[in-house]
Every structure is written in structure tokens, then in C-alpha cells.
Design a protein around this ligand. Structure first.
Ligand code: NAD
Length: 276
């Protein structure tokens, strides 16, 4: 939906918008970058390693008729995040959409978890989202609403996880980071709504990507995983990308501070499906 009198193309609802997707050379981030590009946005494909994978994603987006550039940055490093945003503003002029997607796991039994494992996961999954969101918000506030582009001054989508609410033994650093993302997102949403900045999260369940390959790439592992998913299928990155595209568009203009669970029912206490 564009402002009154402005033509709106339902096939390219993000036309004229500029998006940054972190961790966009793999899995969910890649799917989001491709989907935003297909929806008309120009996309910055952030990566930290494997530039050739970022180049591949850029090629796909360009074939879809949108612009795309790669930007290397470790999202947990303030200097690198600031340099990446400077690069984006130079290339595209502004930012309308941030998909705070980069994340990782470093699993260990609680008593064996090292401080480094704890700090690495919190730094990338939580501090990284803070650093990128802060840079995006600074630009949203500087530029304000451009009615011909979007009803919002900016949209931030935080990639959370069902583990923002489901405790996860053996992964306390990861669960703590995603619980932190939930309150980071909600507090930003509350503070920034008067400035017409929307902040929401997507909480994926089990999506088939490299991060959790061991959980789905053998028939035995998949069978065990499906016990946790009422819908009886593991998710695909495109399940998340479709939700991200909608959340980034004016179709969801009155939604802020929400977590959308895209999890096939994983958060529905599947252990109680037969009465407990
Ligand atoms: P993935 O491993 O395929 O992708 C993670 C991406 O983050 C990669 O591009 C990686 O290079 C990037 N990354 C890691 N550290 C980085 C850093 N310091 N700076 C910049 N980029 C960095 O995994 P995925 O499943 O696509 O994960 C994407 C997001 O989705 C993560 O935040 C993850 O926690 C979340 N998530 C995934 C699932 C799932 O089932 N796959 C479920 C819930 C949440």
C-alpha cells in the first residue's frame, strides 16, 4: 500500500526501498535477500566469510531486476558495522529495511561451556543486532518518512528463534541470546513507534539450513525432529523469507513489537498433543 495517489505494484511491494540483510550468503538470510530483491528492493548482502557465496546471491538478485552489492562485516564489531552502513549509504543513499539475521551456535553442556563460547554467541546474536539496528535507526531518524516509498520511516526485522521462549539445554548461550533479542526488539519497538519506525521479530522453528544440518539430514534425525513439529515437516528458508517480505512491507503497517512464530506449531507444546 503506498500513500494516496502513489502507484503501488503488488508484485513488487518493496519497489524503491533499500534493504540490508546480515548473514545473507547462507540459509535464511540468503532466502530473505532473494525475496526482498524479488519484491523490488535493492539489497546489501552482508557476509563475514565466503565472499563467493555472497556474489552468487547478488547474481540472483540482479537477475530479478534489483540492484545488489556485497558488504563484508562481522556484525559483532562496531567499527565494521559502521563501515558497512557507510558503504551502503554511499551506494544506495539510504536504508529502509534491516533484516537482523546473522547468527550462530556454539553448543556445550552447561558446566563445560567456556566464557569464549558464551561471549561469542551473545556478541554475534545479540550485540550484533543492537549494533546494526542502531546504525539503521540513526539513518531512519535522519531521513524520516518518505510517503512515496513507505508509510514507515524504517522497518527492522530481528531473526529470533522459538528459543526466545523455549528453554534449550546444551545451548544456554543461544537461548539467552534469543531471549535478549526478544526484549531488545520489544523495547526498541516501544521507543521508536512514535518516530514511525517498526520493529518486529520472526521466530523460526526448525528450518533446513547449514546451522542445524545434523538435525534433519538423516532419516533418523528427521524422524526425531518431526516429533517436535505438529505440522510434520521441517521448514524451508522460503517460509521465513515470505514472512520477512510481508513484515517489511506496508501490508503490515500497524504491526510493531510482535514476534511472529514461523514454526509449524513447535511452540504449541507438542508433548501434550496426545493429552500429556
Ligand atoms: P546459517 O548458518 O545458514 O546462516 C547464518 C549466517 O550468519 C551465515 O551467513 C553466517 O556467515 C552469518 N554470520 C555468522 N556470524 C556472523 C558475524 N559475526 N557477522 C556476520 N555474519 C555472521 O544459519 P541460518 O539457519 O540461516 O540462521 C540465520 C538466523 O536464523 C540465525 O540468527 C539463527 O539463529 C536463526 N534461526 C535459525 C533457525 C533454523 O532452524 N535454521 C531456527 C531459529 C532461528
Amino acid at each position: 500500500m503506498a500513500a494516496a495517489g502513489i502507484p503501488f505494484d503488488p508484485l513488487r511491494p518493496l519497489q524503491n526501498q533499500k534493504a540490508l540483510v546480515t548473514g545473507a550468503n547462507s540459509g535464511i538470510g540468503e532466502a530473505c535477500a532473494r525475496a526482498l530483491g524479488a519484491a523490488g528492493a535493492d539489497v546489501v548482502v552482508n557476509f563475514v566469510t565466503r565472499p563467493e557465496e555472497a556474489e552468487r546471491v547478488i547474481g540472483v538478485i540482479q537477475q530479478q531486476g534489483s540492484q545488489a552489492i556485497a558488504a563484508q562485516a562481522d556484525v559483532s564489531r562496531e567499527d565494521q558495522v559502521q563501515a558497512m552502513f557507510a558503504e551502503m549509504l554511499k551506494a544506495f543513499g539510504t536504508i529502509d529495511i534491516l533484516i537482523n539475521n546473522a547468527g550462530l551456535q556454539q553448543d556445550a553442556a552447561f558446566e563445560e561451556m567456556t566464557l569464549k563460547q558464551w561471549e561469542t554467541v551473545i556478541s554475534v546474536n545479540l550485540t550484533g543486532q543492537f549494533l546494526c539496528a542502531r546504525e539503521a535507526v540513526r539513518e531512519f531518524l535522519r531521513r524520516g518518512v518518505v510517503p512515496a516509498v513507505s508509510r514507515a520511516a524504517g522497518k527492522i526485522i530481528c531473526m529470533s528463534s522459538v528459543h526466545e521462549v523455549i528453554p534449550w539445554s546444551g545451548h544456554v548461550n543461544y537461548a539467552a541470546s534469543k531471549g535478549g533479542v526478544m526484549q531488545l526488539m520489544k523495547s526498541m519497538a516501544q521507543e521508536l513507534a512514535p518516530k514511525k519506525i517498526r520493529v518486529n521479530s520472526i521466530a523460526p522453528g526448525a528450518i533446513k539450513t547449514p546451522i542445524n544440518r545434523d538435525a534433519w539430514n538423516t532419516p533418523e534425525a528427521l524422524k526425531s525432529l518431526l516429533r517436535l513439529i505438529p505440522d510434520q515437516r521441517a521448514g524451508e528458508p522460503e517460509d521465513i523469507a515470505r514472512t520477512a517480505t510481508w513484515l517489511a512491507s506496508d501490508q503490515s503497517d500497524y504491526i510493531t513489537g510482535a514476534t511472529i512464530f514461523v514454526d509449524g506449531g513447535m511452540t504449541l507444546y507438542p508433548g501434550f498433543a496426545t493429552g500429556g
